[in-house]
Design a protein around this ligand. Sequence first.
Ligand SMILES: Cc1ncc(COP(=O)(O)O)c(C=O)c1O
Length: 376
Amino acid sequence: MTKNITRRDWLVGTTAVASGLVFAGAASGQDMSEMMNMGAPISKDNPIRMTNNENPYGINPKAMDVIHEAYKKAHLYNFTIGRRLTKVIADMEGIPQGCVIVGAGSGQFLMAAGVVAGLAGGNLVAPSPTFGSITRYAKNFGAEIIEVPVNEDDLHISLDSTRAAMNDETTTVYLCNPNNPIPSIIEKNALEEFCLEVSKTAMVVIDEAYYEYARDEDFSTMAHLVADNPNIVILRTASKIHGFANVRIGFAFAHPDTLAKLQQFRSSTTSYPAMMGAITSYQDTEYQKFIIDKNYESLEILYEMFEELGLQYIKSNANFTFFHAGRDATEVREKLLEFGILVGRKYRTHPNWVRVSTAKPEEMRYMVEVYKREFG
Ligand SMILES: Cc1ncc(COP(=O)(O)O)c(C=O)c1O
């Protein structure tokens, strides 16, 4: 591919441009022989998944029915269903429909933004640690990556440090809010101020993959900014609360001119059954509430153990938490796997911290039992 994207192509109207329901019952005290996962006994080869921040209850049953039915028409191209879905989402967000596009997961838009940022040259500024997709693409396509370490004490993303890391060559700033693997949030007023200021000179990409789980009153989406600010992109996914990880639905919210640039670099479209399922799933707030409530029930089970064992941890605004195990994360991962539990991988920046995705409460209780026995 030729390197034919300029900073001017990426940034719009900026000074930079001018200058360049399965309600599971409680269970505790279970041993591994009684525990089932996906219809089979749990084991090292069929572990309870606490590693990819998935929805342990799966797709909304009503959406699943719609998806099955939609497959009867999946042999036909459908060029209108996307508009029905983006209308539902735009109305929910209170933004113009022209500011929403749907794709096969938000990863597709992270890729597109990363490619454009890479081809634009200069640098992309991102917190560390964070979700690595956009930085990987930006680096592969030619951008320098400037990593901004999270605060040492509370592990929060620092907007001041992010500003300080930027320079005249910065074309893009990526923020993940709530962050991943550290499920903390950025205070909403400070973030809005940051977006308005920084978008004058750089593209601000905010990944809100865990948006639906965030309960902190200081959290807010920045979706309301996109219509009037062409250099702000918001990303959402149905992979988490909607359980669509392998169905593939994600959204980008941005000014139509900015969406047109991302569209040039997206890899594929999603399917009619996926979009039909999403229309049902997004509108069924009852099921979403059930998933959120179960998520927080599971988190409480973990927090109780962390408190009991005196382990430092991050209060979560997502469907996972991050805790200081006081030992190598790989050792924890391998030991838990022996008992049919798969937690997150080791992070380079925080080798003694472990990310645990929430499973069902009864599975969390089992994990707590095993963890206390092995490491307590
Ligand atoms: C922060 C973040 N963004 C994006 C994604 C990718 O989501 P999708 O499945 O929509 O591509 C993930 C997946 O784990 C994530 O954690």
